[in-house]
Ligand binder design. Structure first.
Ligand code: G3P
Ligand code: MG
Length: 254
Protein backbone atom coordinates (compact mmCIF):
# COMPACT_ATOMS: atom_id res chain seq x y z
CA UNK A 1 0.00 0.00 0.00
CA UNK A 2 1.19 3.48 -0.64
CA UNK A 3 0.88 6.75 1.14
CA UNK A 4 1.11 9.60 -1.30
CA UNK A 5 1.50 13.28 -0.58
CA UNK A 6 2.64 16.50 -2.14
CA UNK A 7 5.79 17.55 -0.33
CA UNK A 8 7.20 19.19 1.53
CA UNK A 9 5.06 17.49 4.09
CA UNK A 10 4.46 19.14 7.43
CA UNK A 11 3.74 16.56 10.10
CA UNK A 12 2.32 17.63 13.45
CA UNK A 13 4.68 16.24 16.10
CA UNK A 14 2.89 14.52 18.99
CA UNK A 15 -0.14 16.36 17.60
CA UNK A 16 0.92 20.00 17.75
CA UNK A 17 3.07 19.87 20.86
CA UNK A 18 3.87 23.59 21.04
CA UNK A 19 0.19 24.50 21.13
CA UNK A 20 -1.69 21.69 22.90
CA UNK A 21 -0.77 18.89 25.31
CA UNK A 22 1.32 16.32 23.45
CA UNK A 23 -0.14 12.99 22.40
CA UNK A 24 -3.71 14.02 23.22
CA UNK A 25 -6.85 14.23 21.13
CA UNK A 26 -6.76 18.01 21.61
CA UNK A 27 -3.27 18.02 20.10
CA UNK A 28 -4.40 16.08 17.04
CA UNK A 29 -7.34 18.45 16.60
CA UNK A 30 -5.02 21.44 16.93
CA UNK A 31 -2.67 20.11 14.24
CA UNK A 32 -5.63 19.75 11.88
CA UNK A 33 -6.92 23.21 12.82
CA UNK A 34 -3.55 24.69 11.92
CA UNK A 35 -3.69 23.03 8.52
CA UNK A 36 -1.41 20.00 8.96
CA UNK A 37 -2.31 17.12 6.66
CA UNK A 38 -0.47 14.55 8.76
CA UNK A 39 0.13 13.96 12.45
CA UNK A 40 2.64 11.87 14.35
CA UNK A 41 1.91 10.37 17.73
CA UNK A 42 3.58 7.84 20.01
CA UNK A 43 1.81 4.60 20.85
CA UNK A 44 2.72 2.37 23.78
CA UNK A 45 1.27 -0.10 26.29
CA UNK A 46 -0.29 0.14 29.75
CA UNK A 47 0.22 -2.13 32.75
CA UNK A 48 -2.91 -4.17 32.06
CA UNK A 49 -2.99 -7.84 31.06
CA UNK A 50 -3.42 -7.88 28.15
CA UNK A 51 -2.10 -4.33 27.73
CA UNK A 52 -4.19 -1.45 26.46
CA UNK A 53 -2.58 0.65 23.73
CA UNK A 54 -2.42 4.37 24.47
CA UNK A 55 -0.73 7.53 23.22
CA UNK A 56 2.30 8.36 25.36
CA UNK A 57 5.88 9.40 24.74
CA UNK A 58 7.94 8.92 27.91
CA UNK A 59 8.58 5.73 29.85
CA UNK A 60 7.29 7.48 32.96
CA UNK A 61 4.32 9.66 33.84
CA UNK A 62 5.91 12.60 35.63
CA UNK A 63 6.80 15.02 32.82
CA UNK A 64 3.45 15.20 31.05
CA UNK A 65 0.89 14.15 33.69
CA UNK A 66 0.10 14.51 37.38
CA UNK A 67 0.85 10.82 37.90
CA UNK A 68 3.99 8.97 38.93
CA UNK A 69 5.68 5.76 37.85
CA UNK A 70 6.23 3.72 34.72
CA UNK A 71 3.47 3.88 32.13
CA UNK A 72 3.72 0.17 31.35
CA UNK A 73 3.18 -0.73 35.02
CA UNK A 74 0.02 1.30 35.56
CA UNK A 75 -3.43 0.02 34.58
CA UNK A 76 -5.46 2.01 32.09
CA UNK A 77 -8.17 2.75 34.64
CA UNK A 78 -5.64 4.72 36.69
CA UNK A 79 -3.94 6.31 33.66
CA UNK A 80 -7.28 7.54 32.40
CA UNK A 81 -7.84 9.47 35.61
CA UNK A 82 -4.65 11.50 35.17
CA UNK A 83 -4.40 15.01 33.79
CA UNK A 84 -2.30 14.88 30.61
CA UNK A 85 -2.30 18.70 30.37
CA UNK A 86 -5.10 21.28 30.32
CA UNK A 87 -7.44 18.60 31.66
CA UNK A 88 -6.85 16.32 28.67
CA UNK A 89 -6.90 12.56 29.24
CA UNK A 90 -4.41 10.03 27.90
CA UNK A 91 -6.13 8.76 24.75
CA UNK A 92 -6.36 5.17 23.64
CA UNK A 93 -4.87 4.34 20.27
CA UNK A 94 -8.37 3.37 19.16
CA UNK A 95 -9.62 6.90 19.94
CA UNK A 96 -6.72 8.44 18.03
CA UNK A 97 -7.37 6.24 15.00
CA UNK A 98 -11.03 7.29 15.00
CA UNK A 99 -10.11 10.97 15.31
CA UNK A 100 -7.60 11.04 12.46
CA UNK A 101 -10.18 9.32 10.27
CA UNK A 102 -12.82 11.89 11.28
CA UNK A 103 -10.43 14.75 10.53
CA UNK A 104 -9.14 13.21 7.29
CA UNK A 105 -5.53 13.29 8.47
CA UNK A 106 -2.70 11.05 7.43
CA UNK A 107 -1.00 9.51 10.44
CA UNK A 108 2.42 8.34 11.52
CA UNK A 109 2.07 5.91 14.40
CA UNK A 110 5.39 5.70 16.19
CA UNK A 111 5.72 2.52 18.23
CA UNK A 112 7.31 3.69 21.47
CA UNK A 113 8.42 0.47 23.09
CA UNK A 114 8.10 -0.06 26.82
CA UNK A 115 11.56 -0.72 28.32
CA UNK A 116 12.71 -4.24 27.42
CA UNK A 117 9.32 -5.05 25.89
CA UNK A 118 9.90 -4.21 22.24
CA UNK A 119 8.10 -7.16 20.68
CA UNK A 120 5.22 -7.10 23.14
CA UNK A 121 4.64 -3.38 22.60
CA UNK A 122 4.80 -3.72 18.83
CA UNK A 123 2.46 -6.69 18.80
CA UNK A 124 -0.09 -4.83 20.90
CA UNK A 125 0.09 -1.67 18.77
CA UNK A 126 -0.10 -3.63 15.53
CA UNK A 127 -3.05 -5.68 16.83
CA UNK A 128 -4.94 -2.47 17.59
CA UNK A 129 -4.10 -0.96 14.21
CA UNK A 130 -5.01 -4.11 12.31
CA UNK A 131 -8.35 -4.31 14.11
CA UNK A 132 -9.27 -0.62 13.84
CA UNK A 133 -7.51 1.04 10.90
CA UNK A 134 -9.93 1.18 7.95
CA UNK A 135 -8.83 -0.81 4.93
CA UNK A 136 -10.23 1.86 2.62
CA UNK A 137 -8.07 4.95 2.27
CA UNK A 138 -4.43 5.61 3.05
CA UNK A 139 -2.56 3.29 5.42
CA UNK A 140 -0.72 4.56 8.50
CA UNK A 141 3.03 5.11 8.38
CA UNK A 142 4.45 2.87 11.12
CA UNK A 143 7.76 3.98 12.60
CA UNK A 144 9.99 3.09 15.51
CA UNK A 145 13.48 3.51 16.90
CA UNK A 146 13.23 -0.20 17.75
CA UNK A 147 14.37 -2.58 15.03
CA UNK A 148 12.48 -5.39 16.74
CA UNK A 149 9.29 -3.34 16.63
CA UNK A 150 9.76 -2.65 12.93
CA UNK A 151 10.28 -6.36 12.34
CA UNK A 152 6.94 -7.07 14.00
CA UNK A 153 5.27 -4.43 11.80
CA UNK A 154 6.94 -5.92 8.74
CA UNK A 155 5.77 -9.43 9.60
CA UNK A 156 2.21 -8.45 10.41
CA UNK A 157 1.42 -5.85 7.75
CA UNK A 158 4.22 -5.97 5.17
CA UNK A 159 2.12 -3.74 2.92
CA UNK A 160 1.89 -0.81 5.37
CA UNK A 161 4.70 1.71 4.92
CA UNK A 162 7.39 1.72 7.57
CA UNK A 163 9.66 4.54 8.72
CA UNK A 164 13.10 3.69 10.08
CA UNK A 165 13.65 6.12 12.94
CA UNK A 166 17.27 6.92 13.64
CA UNK A 167 18.93 8.80 16.48
CA UNK A 168 22.52 7.48 16.38
CA UNK A 169 23.01 6.34 12.81
CA UNK A 170 24.65 2.89 12.82
CA UNK A 171 27.37 2.09 10.29
CA UNK A 172 25.08 -0.42 8.61
CA UNK A 173 22.00 1.82 8.45
CA UNK A 174 21.56 1.14 4.76
CA UNK A 175 21.60 -2.64 5.19
CA UNK A 176 19.09 -2.32 8.02
CA UNK A 177 16.84 -0.11 5.89
CA UNK A 178 17.04 -2.65 3.08
CA UNK A 179 16.34 -5.60 5.34
CA UNK A 180 13.37 -3.90 6.96
CA UNK A 181 12.19 -2.76 3.52
CA UNK A 182 11.31 0.66 4.87
CA UNK A 183 9.51 3.36 2.95
CA UNK A 184 11.25 6.29 4.64
CA UNK A 185 14.17 7.13 6.85
CA UNK A 186 13.24 9.43 9.70
CA UNK A 187 16.23 11.27 11.14
CA UNK A 188 17.04 13.86 13.77
CA UNK A 189 17.29 17.21 12.03
CA UNK A 190 20.07 18.49 14.29
CA UNK A 191 22.30 15.48 13.81
CA UNK A 192 22.42 15.48 10.01
CA UNK A 193 24.40 17.58 7.57
CA UNK A 194 23.95 18.39 3.89
CA UNK A 195 26.34 15.52 3.12
CA UNK A 196 24.67 12.95 5.37
CA UNK A 197 21.24 13.90 4.02
CA UNK A 198 22.47 13.31 0.47
CA UNK A 199 23.77 9.87 1.52
CA UNK A 200 20.46 9.00 3.17
CA UNK A 201 18.49 10.08 0.12
CA UNK A 202 20.96 8.18 -2.04
CA UNK A 203 19.44 5.00 -0.65
CA UNK A 204 16.41 5.84 -2.78
CA UNK A 205 14.03 6.64 0.04
CA UNK A 206 12.38 9.86 1.15
CA UNK A 207 13.90 11.35 4.28
CA UNK A 208 11.73 12.84 7.00
CA UNK A 209 13.36 14.92 9.74
CA UNK A 210 12.35 15.60 13.36
CA UNK A 211 11.76 17.91 15.21
CA UNK A 212 11.93 21.22 13.38
CA UNK A 213 10.29 24.39 14.65
CA UNK A 214 12.62 26.99 13.14
CA UNK A 215 11.65 28.24 9.66
CA UNK A 216 15.29 28.78 8.63
CA UNK A 217 16.23 25.24 9.56
CA UNK A 218 13.16 24.06 7.65
CA UNK A 219 14.32 25.92 4.54
CA UNK A 220 17.77 24.40 4.81
CA UNK A 221 16.32 20.90 5.07
CA UNK A 222 13.87 21.39 2.20
CA UNK A 223 16.74 22.78 0.12
CA UNK A 224 18.56 19.50 0.75
CA UNK A 225 15.58 17.58 -0.60
CA UNK A 226 14.09 16.42 2.69
CA UNK A 227 10.55 15.28 1.94
CA UNK A 228 8.87 16.16 5.20
CA UNK A 229 9.36 17.62 8.65
CA UNK A 230 7.93 16.78 12.03
CA UNK A 231 7.09 19.99 13.86
CA UNK A 232 5.55 21.04 17.15
CA UNK A 233 4.13 24.07 15.36
CA UNK A 234 2.58 23.29 11.98
CA UNK A 235 1.30 26.85 11.58
CA UNK A 236 4.88 28.15 11.68
CA UNK A 237 6.24 25.79 9.02
CA UNK A 238 3.29 25.49 6.64
CA UNK A 239 4.04 28.90 5.05
CA UNK A 240 7.65 27.78 4.48
CA UNK A 241 6.55 24.56 2.82
CA UNK A 242 4.22 26.54 0.56
CA UNK A 243 7.28 28.23 -0.98
CA UNK A 244 8.54 24.93 -2.35
CA UNK A 245 7.37 23.43 -5.63
CA UNK A 246 4.93 20.59 -5.38
CA UNK A 247 6.05 17.16 -6.47
CA UNK A 248 4.46 13.86 -5.70
CA UNK A 249 6.23 11.65 -3.17
CA UNK A 250 5.15 8.16 -2.39
CA UNK A 251 5.85 6.32 0.80
CA UNK A 252 5.74 2.64 0.02
CA UNK A 253 7.93 -0.24 1.02
CA UNK A 254 10.16 -1.50 -1.78
O1 G3P B 1 8.87 10.31 14.89
C1 G3P B 1 9.57 11.50 15.01
C2 G3P B 1 9.80 11.85 16.46
O2 G3P B 1 8.57 11.75 17.13
C3 G3P B 1 10.81 10.96 17.12
O3 G3P B 1 11.20 11.41 18.37
O4 G3P B 1 11.21 11.30 20.81
O5 G3P B 1 9.67 12.85 19.66
O6 G3P B 1 9.24 10.41 19.59
P1 G3P B 1 10.30 11.50 19.66
MG1 MG C 1 7.49 10.34 18.33
Amino acid sequence: MTLTFIPPLIIGHRGAAAHAPENTLAGIREAARQGAKMVEFDATITGDTPPVTVLFHDDTLERTTDGVGAVDQVPFEILRGLDAGDGERIPTLIEAIALVQELGLLANVEIKVAPGRDVETAEAVMATLIAHWPEAGPPPLISSFSIEALEVAQAQRPDWPRGYLIWDKPEDWRAIADRLAVASINVNAERETAESLQALQGSGRPVLAYTVNDPERARFLFDQGVAGLFTDTPQTLLPVAADYPAARVTLSNP
